[in-house]
Design a protein around this ligand. Structure first.
Ligand code: PLP
Length: 452
């Protein structure tokens, strides 16, 4: 099974052009095997993508069958059974009020579509003055210009500043850093949510289109779970001021947190909801935007169609793959496994790292966990960004045969360090132990290599 690949300079503009990446050769459940036969346990599903692992028979067969029938038919001329069935599945399982789906090729496309749809919705209503989006610091919504504009990643935005849509940012719900010692969780959540109301009032509600938020923040900050009541208050504020709520579940959605949609656990729904990653589990490139019938009807009764479109939207093969992924999750009760293995992972992380001097916080839900690294766990002082501890952890983890997703998020505009774990929904207790053991060795090696 070892394949010899002649070494040559890559012609791909990689994320890290000078990094020597191993060649992924094949998948085996939660493992990726490289061309030298080395096995890596995929504890982050790449970036919270591969929720079924890497070699699922049903999904592979569904893709083959669809390609044998027809791989693609342009949506100006045809619809397809997998696209119609996938839209039905999403709408039937989605939180209340989301009655239509718009199928795209990934997370950024889903968010970009949501921003445009929200804008068009108000234009159809004759409310052209609305031009502001409000989002949160320490959030990520994608890399296309609109999605980047609403994201809170300051250092990336600064590079593209003059060409981005103006977005106002408020605080994320980040209890570990921002909850005051004399404040209850509930009071903290209300205080932070009320920042949105203050911002709407200062901009003038008639100028605001929507509030955009991840129910559970992923990549930028290592899994920020909201405190109870925060999102209920957010929903209330949006309704009171007549602005839309766009929830971005590209990373946290499709079962990752122990319910199909993360917002269900907050008991709120959205006007527009975006999903991607776990929708197709990486077997094909796919994302979706779900929308309310209020928006659908306003657009179709108005100019008649959504002024948007991509060549590969509702791609038949991608939809067939996503449908098979979702059927596999349902038929095997994998969301129950997310809940059960999530509890095992939580307790293994707490017992391994609960007293670690450089680990300040361990937080998450289901199989979506974040570990925040600090210089001092008592003062919560962030690690010096110049040390690039997150990069050292990634290297050490890959050497151990572990894929995790370390990041240098932003804490008050400065970089912080965290590790994100999002293993496949198919893992068992042995995999949990392997992940935590390898992670412990990787963190220790990385800290030593960084002189800590
Ligand atoms: N939104 C969130 C919450 C994400 O985590 C991501 C990707 O990490 C995106 C949007 C963008 O998705 P994609 O990389 O598929 O464009």
């Amino acid at each position: 099974m070892v394949v010899v690949v002649p070494s040559k300079k890559s012609r791909i503009l990689h994320r890290q052009p000078n990094a020597e990446l191993p060649m992924a050769f094949m998948g085996d459940g939660p493992y990726i095997i490289d061309d030298n036969g080395k096995r890596y346990i995929d504890a982050s599903g790449g970036a919270a993508v591969s929720c079924l692992g890497h070699s699922n028979t049903r999904v592979r067969q569904a893709i083959k069958d669809q390609v044998d029938n027809i791989a693609f038919a342009h949506t100006s001329f045809f619809t397809s059974k997998p696209a119609e069935d996938l839209a039905d599945f999403l709408v039937e399982h989605s939180p209340q009020g989301l009655d239509y789906a718009y199928l795209v090729s990934g997370g950024s496309e889903a968010v970009e579509s949501a921003l445009k749809l929200a804008r068009q919705y108000f234009i159809e209503l004759g409310q052209d003055s609305r031009k502001y989006f409000i989002a949160r610091r320490q959030s990520y919504h994608g890399n296309t210009l609109g999605a980047l504009a609403v994201g809170g990643n300051l250092w990336r935005k600064q590079q593209f500043a003059p060409i981005l849509v103006d977005t106002e940012h408020v605080s994320p719900c980040y209890a570990y850093r921002d909850q005051k010692s004399d404040e209850s969780e509930l009071d903290y959540g209300l205080r932070i949510a009320n920042e949105l109301e203050q911002r709407i009032e200062s901009l003038g509600a008639k100028n605001v289109i929507a509030f955009v938020a991840e129910p559970i923040v992923g990549a930028t900050s290592g899994v920020l779970t909201p405190v109870p009541g925060y999102f209920k208050r957010i929903r209330e504020i949006c309704d009171q001021h007549g602005i839309l709520l766009i929830l971005d579940e590209v990373m946290c959605g499709m079962g990752r947190t122990g319910s199909l949609f993360a917002c269900e656990q907050e008991q709120v729904s959205a006007d527009i909801l975006c999903v991607a990653k776990g929708l197709g589990a990486g077997y094909q490139a796919i994302g979706a935007m779900l929308l309310s019938d209020k928006i659908y009807n306003t657009i179709t009764d108005g100019s008649g169609f959504f002024q948007h479109g991509h060549t590969y939207q509702a791609h038949a093969t991608a939809c067939a793959a996503a449908l098979a992924v979702q059927q596999e999750i349902q038929d095997n009760n994998l969301i129950d496994n997310v809940q059960n293995m999530g509890l095992k992972l939580q307790s293994a992380l707490l017992s391994q790292f609960g007293n670690h001097p450089n680990i300040g916080d361990i937080r998450g839900r289901g199989l979506f966990w974040g570990i925040e690294l600090v210089a001092d766990r008592v003062t919560k002082k962030p690690l010096d960004p110049k040390l690039k501890v997150h990069s050292a952890i990634k290297t050490a983890a890959m050497n151990e045969g572990l894929i995790c997703y370390p990041g240098g998020g932003t804490i008050d505009g400065k970089q912080g360090n965290h590790i994100l774990l999002a293993p496949p929904f198919i893992i068992n207790e042995k995999h949990v132990t392997e992940i935590v053991d390898k992670l412990a060795r990787a963190i220790d090696t990385a800290l030593v290599n960084c002189g800590l």
